[in-house]
Design a protein around this ligand. Structure first.
Ligand code: ZN
Length: 260
């Protein structure tokens, strides 16, 4: 019987993603509430009872506890499992995309910042500086180490990413007197520029504005709310960044081909 180390590594990477996704659930819930992410141990958000290890296994516990808290039987949000699965899938995707090389570590770090940022922004309309600002530093450091892109592109990505969105936000505010985008989005795009470089920004802004408009208008129609209905922009920037990470170069050549 031949052994299949490749499949074994892929499964391990996916399981690692599930476990880290479980930790992201703790971060997403606790960091905006200014609670520690290490203690106390995980509790049911409804009854506050502490979870045993077997009630805290990513994905499986949710399924075999039949989507309810073991103690109080309150339904558990499927989002915890979704965040775990998303992290597992993205970890596996990064590994399949980049293989064994230092860049893989950089992209895993990048994805690990984007996931909590996305869900904290969805819940609270804020992007904590501890993610975006450390992301700017880390994105630049991995380029300086020669793991990802040339460091000049990373530095320009920080300046242009932060600057362009700041100008758009400032212009929108001057024109309408309302805040369209928060400072959090500006720092997030600077972080994305740090990891993916200045050349990635145009495509990411295009993709995120396009998807953001479609989702925003659909939500407005469904909710019949007015145009002030706030949809956070951070998740769309994160989505655009992932599109670029996995399909950036082919998308750009396709686009340039269209332009002749
Ligand atoms: Zn409970």
């Amino acid at each position: 019987m031949t052994c299949e180390p490749k499949i074994f590594v892929e499964v391990m990477v996916f399981l690692l993603g599930l476990a880290i996704g479980s930790f992201f659930n703790v971060c997403i819930y606790r960091i905006p509430r200014e609670e520690s992410v290490v203690s106390p141990p995980s509790r049911c958000p409804s009854c506050g009872r502490q979870l045993s290890w077997w009630q805290n296994i990513p994905v499986l516990s949710y399924l075999f506890l039949r989507r309810r808290c073991y103690f109080c039987k309150e339904p558990i949000s499927p989002r915890y499992m979704l965040v775990e699965l998303l992290t597992g899938i993205l970890y596996l995707a990064v590994y399949l995309h980049s293989g064994w090389q230092p860049a893989t570590i950089a992209w895993l770090v990048f994805v690990s910042l984007l996931i909590p940022i996305t869900f904290i922004d969805l819940d609270h309309q804020i992007i904590p500086d501890r993610f975006s600002l450390s992301g700017i530093v880390l994105g630049f450091l991995v380029s300086l180490a020669g793991w990802t892109i040339p460091w000049g592109e990373s530095a320009l990505g920080i300046v242009v990413g932060g600057g362009v969105l700041w100008l758009i936000a400032e212009g929108y505010y001057r024109l309408t007197g309302r805040d369209g985008m928060g400072g959090g989005d500006v720092k997030l795009l600077a972080m994305i520029g740090a990891f993916l470089g200045v050349k990635s920004l145009l495509l990411i802004i295009l993709v995120s504005s396009l998807v953001g408009s479609v989702v925003g208008v659909s939500l407005m129609l469904i909710n019949k709310k007015n145009s002030q209905f706030a949809v956070p922009f951070g998740p769309f920037l994160a989505f655009g960044a992932l599109i670029y990470l996995f399909w950036g170069p082919p998308l750009i050549s396709w686009y340039l081909g269209l332009m002749g």
